[in-house]
Design a protein around this ligand. Sequence first.
Ligand code: SER
Length: 322
Amino acid sequence: MSSKILIIGAGGQIGSELTYKLRQMYGEENVIATDINRNNSDLVNSGTFEILDAKDYEGVKKCVETYNIDTVYLMAAMLSATGEKFPEEAWNLNMDSLFHVLNLAKGKLIKKVFWPSSIAVFGPTTPTKYTPQYTTTEPKTVYGITKQVGERWCEYYHDKYDVDVRSIRYPGIISWKTIPGGGTTDYAVEIYHEAVKTKSYNCFLKEDTELPMMFMDDAIKATVDIMMAEPETVKIRSSYNLAAISFTPKEVAASIKKYIPDFKINYVPDYRQDIADSWPKSINDSYARQDWNWKHSFLLEDITKEMIFQLRKTYKAISRTS
Ligand code: SER
Protein backbone atom coordinates (compact mmCIF):
# COMPACT_ATOMS: atom_id res chain seq x y z
CA MET A 1 0.00 0.00 0.00
CA SER A 2 1.42 3.37 -0.94
CA SER A 3 1.95 6.09 1.64
CA LYS A 4 -0.56 8.95 2.01
CA ILE A 5 1.26 12.00 3.26
CA LEU A 6 0.09 15.20 4.95
CA ILE A 7 2.45 18.17 5.12
CA ILE A 8 1.50 20.81 7.67
CA GLY A 9 3.21 24.15 7.05
CA ALA A 10 3.89 23.25 3.42
CA GLY A 11 4.18 26.89 2.36
CA GLY A 12 7.34 27.50 4.37
CA GLN A 13 11.00 27.37 3.40
CA ILE A 14 11.51 23.65 4.03
CA GLY A 15 7.87 22.56 3.74
CA SER A 16 7.57 23.74 0.14
CA GLU A 17 10.63 21.91 -1.16
CA LEU A 18 9.76 18.84 0.85
CA THR A 19 6.31 18.83 -0.79
CA TYR A 20 7.83 18.97 -4.30
CA LYS A 21 10.24 16.17 -3.44
CA LEU A 22 7.62 13.89 -1.84
CA ARG A 23 5.26 14.44 -4.79
CA GLN A 24 8.04 13.29 -7.12
CA MET A 25 8.60 10.22 -4.97
CA TYR A 26 5.04 9.21 -4.08
CA GLY A 27 2.89 10.83 -6.76
CA GLU A 28 1.01 14.11 -6.64
CA GLU A 29 -2.25 12.47 -5.50
CA ASN A 30 -0.56 10.99 -2.41
CA VAL A 31 0.87 14.20 -0.95
CA ILE A 32 -1.54 16.71 0.60
CA ALA A 33 -0.02 20.15 1.17
CA THR A 34 -1.54 22.41 3.84
CA ASP A 35 -0.75 25.80 5.31
CA ILE A 36 -2.46 28.57 7.22
CA ASN A 37 -2.50 30.82 4.12
CA ARG A 38 -2.23 30.67 0.35
CA ASN A 39 0.78 33.02 0.16
CA ASN A 40 3.03 30.50 -1.60
CA SER A 41 1.25 30.51 -4.97
CA ASP A 42 3.72 28.15 -6.68
CA LEU A 43 2.93 25.53 -4.07
CA VAL A 44 -0.82 26.21 -3.94
CA ASN A 45 -1.08 25.81 -7.71
CA SER A 46 1.10 22.73 -7.97
CA GLY A 47 -1.21 20.06 -6.50
CA THR A 48 -3.71 19.29 -3.74
CA PHE A 49 -3.65 22.12 -1.23
CA GLU A 50 -5.85 22.81 1.82
CA ILE A 51 -5.95 25.66 4.30
CA LEU A 52 -5.12 24.21 7.73
CA ASP A 53 -4.26 25.81 11.05
CA ALA A 54 -1.73 23.54 12.80
CA LYS A 55 -3.18 24.62 16.17
CA ASP A 56 -6.65 23.31 15.26
CA TYR A 57 -6.83 19.69 16.44
CA GLU A 58 -10.21 18.99 14.82
CA GLY A 59 -9.01 20.49 11.53
CA VAL A 60 -5.85 18.35 11.50
CA LYS A 61 -7.84 15.24 12.43
CA LYS A 62 -10.40 15.91 9.71
CA CYS A 63 -7.66 16.27 7.11
CA VAL A 64 -6.05 13.00 8.27
CA GLU A 65 -9.39 11.18 8.03
CA THR A 66 -10.57 12.76 4.77
CA TYR A 67 -7.39 11.87 2.91
CA ASN A 68 -6.67 8.60 4.71
CA ILE A 69 -3.28 9.92 5.82
CA ASP A 70 -0.68 7.59 7.34
CA THR A 71 2.35 9.90 7.53
CA VAL A 72 2.53 13.51 8.75
CA TYR A 73 5.38 15.98 8.29
CA LEU A 74 4.78 18.79 10.78
CA MET A 75 6.75 21.70 9.30
CA ALA A 76 4.76 24.60 10.81
CA ALA A 77 6.62 26.57 13.49
CA MET A 78 7.43 30.05 14.63
CA LEU A 79 11.21 30.43 14.35
CA SER A 80 13.76 31.96 16.71
CA ALA A 81 13.68 35.66 15.82
CA THR A 82 9.89 36.02 15.45
CA GLY A 83 9.39 33.84 18.51
CA GLU A 84 11.19 36.43 20.65
CA LYS A 85 8.63 39.02 19.56
CA PHE A 86 5.62 36.77 20.18
CA PRO A 87 6.72 34.34 22.91
CA GLU A 88 3.28 33.05 23.85
CA GLU A 89 2.17 32.60 20.25
CA ALA A 90 5.42 30.75 19.50
CA TRP A 91 4.87 28.44 22.45
CA ASN A 92 1.23 27.79 21.50
CA LEU A 93 1.88 27.12 17.82
CA ASN A 94 5.00 25.02 18.28
CA MET A 95 3.67 22.91 21.15
CA ASP A 96 -0.04 22.57 20.31
CA SER A 97 0.69 21.42 16.77
CA LEU A 98 3.15 18.80 18.02
CA PHE A 99 0.73 17.41 20.60
CA HIS A 100 -2.04 17.21 18.00
CA VAL A 101 0.09 15.12 15.68
CA LEU A 102 1.61 12.96 18.43
CA ASN A 103 -1.86 12.27 19.83
CA LEU A 104 -3.18 11.25 16.41
CA ALA A 105 -0.27 8.82 16.19
CA LYS A 106 -0.91 7.58 19.73
CA GLY A 107 -4.54 6.94 18.71
CA LYS A 108 -3.23 5.02 15.65
CA LEU A 109 -4.91 7.39 13.20
CA ILE A 110 -1.48 7.90 11.65
CA LYS A 111 1.56 5.62 11.54
CA LYS A 112 4.56 7.88 11.18
CA VAL A 113 5.52 11.43 12.12
CA PHE A 114 8.35 13.74 11.07
CA TRP A 115 8.96 16.70 13.35
CA PRO A 116 11.92 19.04 12.89
CA SER A 117 14.04 20.16 15.80
CA SER A 118 16.87 22.67 15.55
CA ILE A 119 20.32 23.77 16.68
CA ALA A 120 18.24 26.22 18.77
CA VAL A 121 17.89 23.51 21.45
CA PHE A 122 21.44 24.42 22.45
CA GLY A 123 22.35 27.44 24.53
CA PRO A 124 25.27 29.42 25.95
CA THR A 125 26.25 26.60 28.35
CA THR A 126 26.58 24.08 25.49
CA PRO A 127 30.10 23.37 24.14
CA THR A 128 30.20 25.45 20.94
CA LYS A 129 32.66 23.46 18.82
CA TYR A 130 31.64 20.13 17.38
CA THR A 131 28.67 20.06 19.76
CA PRO A 132 27.90 16.47 20.79
CA GLN A 133 24.51 14.76 20.55
CA TYR A 134 24.22 14.41 24.31
CA THR A 135 25.21 17.61 26.09
CA THR A 136 23.86 20.51 28.10
CA THR A 137 20.80 22.09 26.49
CA GLU A 138 19.76 25.37 28.11
CA PRO A 139 18.16 27.26 25.21
CA LYS A 140 17.70 31.02 25.58
CA THR A 141 14.96 31.52 22.98
CA VAL A 142 11.30 30.53 23.17
CA TYR A 143 11.77 28.72 19.88
CA GLY A 144 14.67 26.76 21.37
CA ILE A 145 12.63 25.93 24.48
CA THR A 146 9.77 24.58 22.33
CA LYS A 147 12.18 22.44 20.35
CA GLN A 148 13.95 21.12 23.44
CA VAL A 149 10.69 20.27 25.19
CA GLY A 150 9.26 18.91 21.94
CA GLU A 151 12.19 16.51 21.66
CA ARG A 152 11.45 15.17 25.14
CA TRP A 153 7.79 14.63 24.19
CA CYS A 154 8.73 12.86 20.95
CA GLU A 155 10.91 10.42 22.84
CA TYR A 156 8.21 9.99 25.50
CA TYR A 157 5.50 9.18 22.94
CA HIS A 158 7.85 6.76 21.22
CA ASP A 159 8.81 4.97 24.44
CA LYS A 160 5.39 4.93 26.14
CA TYR A 161 2.95 4.76 23.23
CA ASP A 162 5.06 3.20 20.49
CA VAL A 163 4.73 6.28 18.26
CA ASP A 164 7.04 6.16 15.22
CA VAL A 165 8.29 9.75 15.38
CA ARG A 166 11.53 10.80 13.72
CA SER A 167 13.37 14.08 14.03
CA ILE A 168 16.53 15.95 13.12
CA ARG A 169 18.04 19.12 14.52
CA TYR A 170 18.29 21.26 11.40
CA PRO A 171 21.07 23.84 11.19
CA GLY A 172 20.45 27.06 9.19
CA ILE A 173 19.02 26.09 5.80
CA ILE A 174 20.00 27.87 2.59
CA SER A 175 17.65 27.76 -0.38
CA TRP A 176 16.54 29.80 -3.36
CA LYS A 177 12.93 28.66 -4.04
CA THR A 178 11.10 29.88 -0.92
CA ILE A 179 12.50 32.52 1.41
CA PRO A 180 12.74 31.67 5.11
CA GLY A 181 10.83 33.74 7.65
CA GLY A 182 11.75 34.85 11.13
CA GLY A 183 14.95 32.89 11.72
CA THR A 184 18.37 33.98 12.97
CA THR A 185 20.14 32.07 10.21
CA ASP A 186 18.04 33.84 7.51
CA TYR A 187 20.93 36.21 6.79
CA ALA A 188 22.61 33.39 4.87
CA VAL A 189 19.72 33.41 2.38
CA GLU A 190 19.04 37.18 2.30
CA ILE A 191 22.69 37.86 1.52
CA TYR A 192 22.43 36.02 -1.83
CA HIS A 193 19.18 37.75 -2.80
CA GLU A 194 20.64 41.18 -2.06
CA ALA A 195 23.94 40.35 -3.74
CA VAL A 196 22.13 39.47 -6.97
CA LYS A 197 19.59 42.32 -6.76
CA THR A 198 21.59 45.27 -5.35
CA LYS A 199 25.19 44.07 -4.89
CA SER A 200 25.10 45.11 -1.25
CA TYR A 201 23.81 43.72 2.04
CA ASN A 202 23.39 45.00 5.59
CA CYS A 203 24.06 41.92 7.69
CA PHE A 204 22.29 41.67 11.07
CA LEU A 205 25.08 39.48 12.49
CA LYS A 206 28.75 40.35 13.10
CA GLU A 207 31.27 39.28 10.48
CA ASP A 208 32.82 36.51 12.57
CA THR A 209 29.59 34.83 13.75
CA GLU A 210 30.10 31.19 12.88
CA LEU A 211 26.97 29.01 12.62
CA PRO A 212 26.17 25.51 11.34
CA MET A 213 24.50 25.66 7.90
CA MET A 214 23.22 23.34 5.19
CA PHE A 215 21.99 23.58 1.60
CA MET A 216 18.31 22.75 1.08
CA ASP A 217 19.03 19.72 -1.13
CA ASP A 218 21.01 18.17 1.73
CA ALA A 219 18.27 19.03 4.26
CA ILE A 220 15.61 17.39 2.09
CA LYS A 221 17.81 14.35 1.58
CA ALA A 222 18.30 13.98 5.35
CA THR A 223 14.55 14.30 5.93
CA VAL A 224 13.70 11.69 3.31
CA ASP A 225 16.52 9.39 4.46
CA ILE A 226 15.50 9.33 8.12
CA MET A 227 11.85 8.76 7.16
CA MET A 228 12.77 5.88 4.84
CA ALA A 229 15.17 4.23 7.29
CA GLU A 230 14.15 0.94 8.90
CA PRO A 231 12.59 1.73 12.31
CA GLU A 232 15.24 -0.17 14.27
CA THR A 233 18.04 1.92 12.73
CA VAL A 234 16.46 5.13 14.03
CA LYS A 235 17.79 4.68 17.53
CA ILE A 236 17.45 8.26 18.73
CA ARG A 237 13.79 9.21 19.08
CA SER A 238 14.28 12.67 20.53
CA SER A 239 16.18 14.29 17.64
CA TYR A 240 19.43 13.68 15.76
CA ASN A 241 22.24 16.21 15.48
CA LEU A 242 22.70 16.95 11.78
CA ALA A 243 25.55 18.86 10.17
CA ALA A 244 27.01 19.85 6.85
CA ILE A 245 29.20 22.96 6.99
CA SER A 246 29.84 25.99 9.19
CA PHE A 247 30.70 29.50 8.09
CA THR A 248 30.67 33.19 9.07
CA PRO A 249 29.05 36.13 7.22
CA LYS A 250 32.54 37.24 6.22
CA GLU A 251 33.21 33.87 4.57
CA VAL A 252 29.93 33.92 2.62
CA ALA A 253 30.65 37.46 1.48
CA ALA A 254 34.09 36.38 0.24
CA SER A 255 32.58 33.47 -1.67
CA ILE A 256 29.98 35.79 -3.27
CA LYS A 257 32.72 38.25 -4.33
CA LYS A 258 34.17 35.56 -6.60
CA TYR A 259 31.02 35.98 -8.74
CA ILE A 260 30.10 39.60 -7.94
CA PRO A 261 33.44 41.36 -7.30
CA ASP A 262 31.90 44.71 -6.32
CA PHE A 263 29.57 43.15 -3.70
CA LYS A 264 29.58 45.20 -0.49
CA ILE A 265 28.61 44.03 2.97
CA ASN A 266 27.97 46.14 6.10
CA TYR A 267 27.60 44.69 9.55
CA VAL A 268 24.71 46.09 11.60
CA PRO A 269 24.15 43.55 14.37
CA ASP A 270 20.75 43.62 16.08
CA TYR A 271 18.91 41.50 18.70
CA ARG A 272 19.55 38.40 16.62
CA GLN A 273 23.27 38.60 17.45
CA ASP A 274 22.57 37.40 21.01
CA ILE A 275 20.59 34.46 19.66
CA ALA A 276 23.36 33.49 17.25
CA ASP A 277 25.96 33.84 20.01
CA SER A 278 24.03 31.33 22.13
CA TRP A 279 24.15 28.65 19.40
CA PRO A 280 26.95 26.21 18.47
CA LYS A 281 29.53 27.00 15.82
CA SER A 282 29.68 23.43 14.58
CA ILE A 283 27.89 20.14 15.25
CA ASN A 284 29.00 16.54 15.75
CA ASP A 285 26.43 14.47 13.86
CA SER A 286 28.19 11.10 14.06
CA TYR A 287 25.05 9.27 15.26
CA ALA A 288 23.10 10.26 12.13
CA ARG A 289 26.06 9.18 9.99
CA GLN A 290 26.30 5.83 11.80
CA ASP A 291 22.64 4.98 12.32
CA TRP A 292 21.07 5.86 8.96
CA ASN A 293 24.11 6.68 6.80
CA TRP A 294 23.67 10.45 6.65
CA LYS A 295 26.12 12.19 4.32
CA HIS A 296 26.06 15.80 3.12
CA SER A 297 27.12 16.86 -0.37
CA PHE A 298 27.16 20.68 -0.60
CA LEU A 299 30.07 22.85 0.56
CA LEU A 300 30.01 26.66 0.72
CA GLU A 301 31.46 27.04 -2.81
CA ASP A 302 28.78 24.73 -4.25
CA ILE A 303 26.03 26.61 -2.42
CA THR A 304 27.23 30.03 -3.59
CA LYS A 305 27.52 28.88 -7.19
CA GLU A 306 24.00 27.38 -7.19
CA MET A 307 22.36 30.27 -5.28
CA ILE A 308 23.77 32.92 -7.60
CA PHE A 309 22.94 30.93 -10.72
CA GLN A 310 19.34 30.28 -9.64
CA LEU A 311 18.65 33.75 -8.23
CA ARG A 312 20.00 35.45 -11.37
CA LYS A 313 17.44 33.42 -13.35
CA THR A 314 14.66 34.24 -10.87
CA TYR A 315 15.26 37.99 -10.87
CA LYS A 316 15.69 38.09 -14.67
CA ALA A 317 12.31 36.37 -15.04
CA ILE A 318 10.72 38.83 -12.58
CA SER A 319 12.13 41.86 -14.43
CA ARG A 320 10.85 40.45 -17.76
CA THR A 321 7.30 40.12 -16.41
CA SER A 322 7.16 43.47 -14.59
N1 SER B 1 16.88 28.54 11.17
C1 SER B 1 16.34 28.54 12.50
C2 SER B 1 16.33 29.91 13.07
O1 SER B 1 17.21 30.66 12.74
C3 SER B 1 17.15 27.64 13.39
O2 SER B 1 16.54 26.39 13.40
O3 SER B 1 15.50 30.22 13.86
